[in-house]
Write a protein that binds this ligand. Structure first.
Ligand code: 13P
Length: 254
């Protein structure tokens, strides 16, 4: 059976002090939830990574980064490599988030390099895919997601549990308008089918696929009941420790 995964994407929010006080509030709210039940990952800005890792060390919560550069070291001003991230305690990294694709012009080719480099460095990529509103309205959602997946995973080898996919429709991110659980299930089943075709059924069945886009404590339950939805990548609702702990709990109790 696939493990459930709940990941927080803090985006460009919180400083080190705020990250520490978040952990102080969040961990007691987890109660008896442990790593056997589900995987919890928090992806803060780079500047909080080490602080968060140290604060979470005795807990089951893991840390992830929001981006990486594909070379390991050298003259790449402003970039952060996989060995630097693992040195800060990271186990996961978000790759190809729509804000990076659309605001920072991140290309499919570079996303592919990032996926390869994170896997080579034993960092688990959380690969984000998703269509814009216009693409959905033009009935292109499946085609867009298929192409993003194919390009990101071009010549990529991965094993069960080494890669997480997140379906995040762009129109649902930060808008308060989530995809319907049926539509999310539909697309996530389609993504699993694509993985089965490109790799094999066993690997597709063992790969966690998350939904992201306006997830909150009040709607998580409806998503997690769907057969192919293995958890969520949560933005703004993850910034509040109580709300995020309620999201985690609703996954555990499902
Ligand atoms: P929101 O949960 O704020 O819609 O953001 C989703 C997201 O982008 C997670 O990566």
């Amino acid at each position: 059976m696939r493990k459930k995964v709940i990941a927080a994407n803090w985006k460009m929010n919180k400083n080190r002090g705020e990250a520490e006080s978040y952990v102080n509030d969040f961990l007691p709210l987890l109660g008896d939830i442990n790593a056997v039940d589900l995987e919890i990952i928090i992806c803060p800005p780079f500047t909080c990574l080490n602080t968060l890792h140290v604060a979470l060390q005795k807990s089951c919560v893991k840390t992830g980064a929001q981006n990486l550069f594909w070379e390991t070291s050298g003259a790449f001003t402003g970039e952060i490599s996989v060995p630097m991230l693992t040195d800060c305690g990271c186990s996961h990294v978000i790759v190809g988030h729509s804000e990076r694709r659309h605001i920072l012009d991140e290309s499919d080719h570079n996303i592919n390099r990032k996926v390869k480099s994170s896997l080579a460095g034993a960092l688990i990529p959380i690969l984000c895919v998703g269509e814009t509103l216009q693409e959905r309205q033009n009935d292109l959602a499946r085609q867009v997601v298929k192409e993003q997946l194919e390009k990101a995973l071009f010549e990529v080898d991965f094993t069960a549990g080494n890669l997480i996919v997140a379906y995040e429709p762009v129109w649902a991110i930060g808008t308060g308008i989530n995809a319907s659980p049926d539509d999310a299930q539909d697309m996530i089943a389609f993504i699993r089918e694509q993985l089965a075709q490109s790799y094999n059924h066993e690997l597709a069945a063992a790969t966690p696929i998350l939904y992201g886009g306006s997830v909150k404590a009040s709607n998580m339950h409806d998503f997690i009941l769907k057969a192919d939805i293995d958890g969520a990548l949560v933005g703004s609702a993850s910034l509040d420790p109580r709300e995020f702990s309620e999201i985690v709990r609703s996954v555990k109790n499902a």
